[in-house]
Structures are given as structure tokens and as C-alpha cells.
Design a binder for this molecule. Sequence first.
Ligand SMILES: Nc1ncnc2c1ncn2[C@@H]1O[C@H](COP(=O)(O)OP(=O)(O)OP(=O)(O)O)[C@@H](O)[C@H]1O
Ligand SMILES: [Mg+2]
Ligand SMILES: [Zn+2]
Length: 340
Amino acid sequence: MGYGKSVYECVYNKLSEKRKRALYEAKQRKNKLYARSKRAKQIESLLSSTAIQAAKSILSSGNAKLKLEELKKNNLLLQKELKNILKEFGLPDNYIDVQYDCKLCNDQGYIDGKMCTCMKQMLRNEAYNRLNCISALSLSSFETFSLDYYSSEPIGKGLPSPQKRMNDIFRFCKNYADNFSKDSKSLIMQGATGLGKTHLSLSIAKSAIDKGYGVIYISTPNIVSKIEKERFRYNHETSQEETEVLLCECDLLILDDLGTEFSTSFSNATIYNLINSRIMLNKPTIINTNLSMRELEKGYSERLVSRIIGDMIRLEFLGSDVRHQKTLNKIRQSKIHFDN
Ligand SMILES: Nc1ncnc2c1ncn2[C@@H]1O[C@H](COP(=O)(O)OP(=O)(O)OP(=O)(O)O)[C@@H](O)[C@H]1O
Ligand SMILES: [Mg+2]
Ligand SMILES: [Zn+2]
């Protein structure tokens, strides 16, 4: 797919930086080696002079073939000697070679005029990062999710205790993350504020990212207003088409806080199109919302709700606001600190 100009520029700069760094680091290693072995330095200059001699002998008259054979033999001997020196110092054979990140294109981005897979991946990552609200630091993990915040008392109406429900949800999400694939099912996480919906969906995101999947996590109000701006105003950075393609083609889309966007017919249509397109493409989406099924029916089209009911696994979170409990615990702890 095509990306905005600034995405390409950014990737070209990154590749150029990579090449510069690789050259610089190889030079540093060479200097280190030469400081330890004068002979290694001599060999290096002999090797580069044989290249010049080879070129000269081709141009000169006389028996070029014989001369070239001799140079080649000499060259191999010098290379062997250099390897032995490296071995003596306990260094690998390729110690002074330039070490590019991508061995296919030497960090050029292209091979024979065709774009290398590394550059395709970099473009994709760059475009994702611009859209994503995830930063490495903001990712939650399953390890920091505790069931102690949920009451073990059943809350009536045929519902299990919050702890039992959340234990089931936690295990479901862990299993979902462990077995995540491009055609995993879509999920909708529903429940009151502060119950861990964002926490668990970002834990799934982290696990999928670690496995190399392309994940986009966005808050619904942000993405709706971004698409709206791109649609109705001129935007140099990204185009509506680019944003929509990325949202549709990523391996996992997490649409957080559905229902907190400013509701208009544009926002409703945008959300419906996005969810519908992903369902049609058989790609997993995780939606988080405070809204109940009935509230979703009120706020959105019947089509959207029937899509959600028909194609998404529903996880209904129970309990009392963990965010609030954590704040209370902090206040309590600071009080104890003062009392002592
Ligand atoms: N079970 C848990 N164990 C540890 N921390 C938790 C747990 N549940 C939530 N938290 C923490 O509490 C805070 C609120 O949780 P989170 O943002 O996931 O709630 P939410 O359900 O997405 O709420 P909202 O509907 O307001 O978006 C976060 O800092 C999160 O890391
Ligand atoms: Mg949340
Ligand atoms: Zn490459």
C-alpha cells in the first residue's frame, strides 16, 4: 500500500542512520584491532592494494590471467592470516566487516530496484506508530493483573461473584493472547469504569506485538475525530485512505472507549464501517465500552449491534472500580506513613 510522503522520508532517514552507524561501528572495531595488531593493519592495506593491482593488470598488456591468479592466491593467504589473528584474539571471523541490520539489502531498502522486506516492515511500523496510542511504556501485562480487587461475594440476580467472573475473563484473555492468530475471534469487553478492560486488552496487545503481529490500539473519540479531520480538511501528514487502510489491515485493532465519542451520523457510520469491514475481512477487533447492550442499541444502528451480537465474543466485567480502590490504598498508605 502507499503511505504519506513523510512516512517514506522518515524511513529513508532511519535507513541512512542505520548505514552510518554500521560503518562507524565497523571502523571502531577495526581501530581497536589495529591498536592490538600492527600486522592486521598491514594486511588490510595489502588487501586494498591488491584490488588496485588487479584492475591495473587487466588494463595492462602481457599475461593478465597469470597475474590475476597470483594476486588471488596472495589475497586468500592474506585473508587467512587475518582470520588467524582474529582467532588468536578470540574474535569472530567477521569482526571487522560492516554489520548491517538487514543482510539482504545492507540497509539500502532496495535490492535490484525492488523494495526489500525490511523497508516494507519499517514503513508499516512507522505508519502504525503514528496512528497508535500505544507507547512501549503504556502497555499493561497479565502479570500485573490481580484478582484481589474483585469481591468473592455473589452479587445476586443469578450472577457469579465478581472474582469468579473476572477469573474466567482473565483466563479467557490469557488463553486468547497465547493462541492469538490473524483469524482469532473478535471480542467486546463491557463493564463499568475501572474494571480492567483497557488493562486486559493492552495485555493482549503486548503479547500479540511480542509475537510480531501488527496491533493498533486507539480510543474511539480520537480516531473518529482524526478521520473526520482528514475527510473534511486538508491534511499533509496522513490521508483518510491511509488511516482507513491501516485500521482495516492491521492484525488486531483495539477500539477503546466506544460510546465516549461525540455522537453524530458521521461518527456512527465511521465506526460501523470500520467494524463491519474487519468482520468481512475476518480480522479480529477488540471493543471496550461502558455501554450495556441496551445502551448500544439506543446509541448505534441496529446493524452495528447485530454485528456485535453475531460476530463478537462478549466479556461482561463485574466488580467495583479498581482505579478508585488503588487511589484509596495509596491514601491509606501515606496516612500510615504519617502516623508513624
Ligand atoms: N485487576 C487489576 N489488577 C491490577 N490493576 C488493575 C486491575 N484492573 C484495573 N487495574 C488498573 O486500574 C486502572 C483502571 O483500569 P482500566 O483502565 O483497565 O479500566 P477500564 O475498565 O478500562 O475503565 P474505563 O471504562 O474507565 O476505561 C488501570 O491503571 C489498571 O492498570
Ligand atoms: Mg478503559
Ligand atoms: Zn533489507
